[in-house]
Design a protein around this ligand. Sequence first.
Ligand code: PEP
Ligand code: MN
Length: 364
Amino acid sequence: MMDIIRMKDWGLALNPSKTLLIAGPCSAENEQQVMDSCLGAARTGANLLRAGIWKPRTRPNSFEGRGAVALPWIKAASAATQLPCTVEVANARHVEAALKAEIDVLWIGARTTVNPFAVQELADALQGVDIPVLIKNPINPDVELWIGAVERFWQAGIKKIAAIHRGFSVTKSAPYRNLPMWEIPIELQRRLKTLEVICDPSHICGRRDLLLSVAQKSLDLNFDGLMIETHINPDEALSDAQQQLTPSALQLLMDALIKRQSVGEHPDFLANLEALRVDIDSLDRDLIELLAKRMEVAQEIGRYKRENGVTILQMNRWSNIFDSRVKATIDAGLSEDFAQAFIQCIHKESIRQQTSVMNDKKMA
Ligand code: PEP
Ligand code: MN
């Protein structure tokens, strides 16, 4: 198992309190804008300053960042606030410039994590360097690619690693810019137990009014920090204008967040929680047993269809099942999204079971 070094042990005087805040502008535009945005971020209690120097843009001729000339601007803001700073790096040349400028932490953007060649190039450029690396999720919802990126840096000797969840680019993402798909960062944490995960509500939401609810949700899921874009004058920003907050709006958001403990202080808390978990464990066992029984019946149906030379999928029947089960699930108080995914998932397994019966050579 990778024994990843946790943020409090990065030697950066990051505030060891539970919720780390990374704040600063989407892009470094000019020296004054970086300084003012970062001073504002520092006043709201930021622990680490961010600014994009090289910006990956979807279309050419958009603002692509000022490049290496902006590195001293963020270093100046860092000196003025006594806070460490981070920039995005996407190739070996960026790494070299950022290390030369003594940037404290590097971050890997979503469009880079998606590409193993690019990640390996960065990992190779960092071989033998002791610097923390924050790894954003890949743009597509593939937890293996995210884990692969962590492994590439780990194998290059980088031990100070955290992940950033910034949502996934999928066709049906409304109202978000990038769908959160919380199950993916949760799976990442289940697989890499020592890896801390920071939530980036700015790039998930793409708009200011959703930021608080997404930030709150990440805290309730016990994420280890937040990365929120802060700009001294968001409406005039050269990138991501709609999602950036003024420092005072960031302050309001931070004040509105409810911080719950990951383990309650009440003496009976763990005992009470344990009792409820025993109930959940037993219900899950019942569910699994019931599903297995349902699949046995599906196999029986598969054998019967086989004997009678009938196809597996009977569209009328499936259509009726889908409508009635979705309705029943919604009537039972569960969401429509869940209802649809649930019955589709059961149906898919049922078809798989029936197909294996149909193609069973022993029965031929
Ligand atoms: C950013 O943080 O400004 C950025 C480019 O993010 P992402 O890689 O998540 O799109
Ligand atoms: Mn941005």
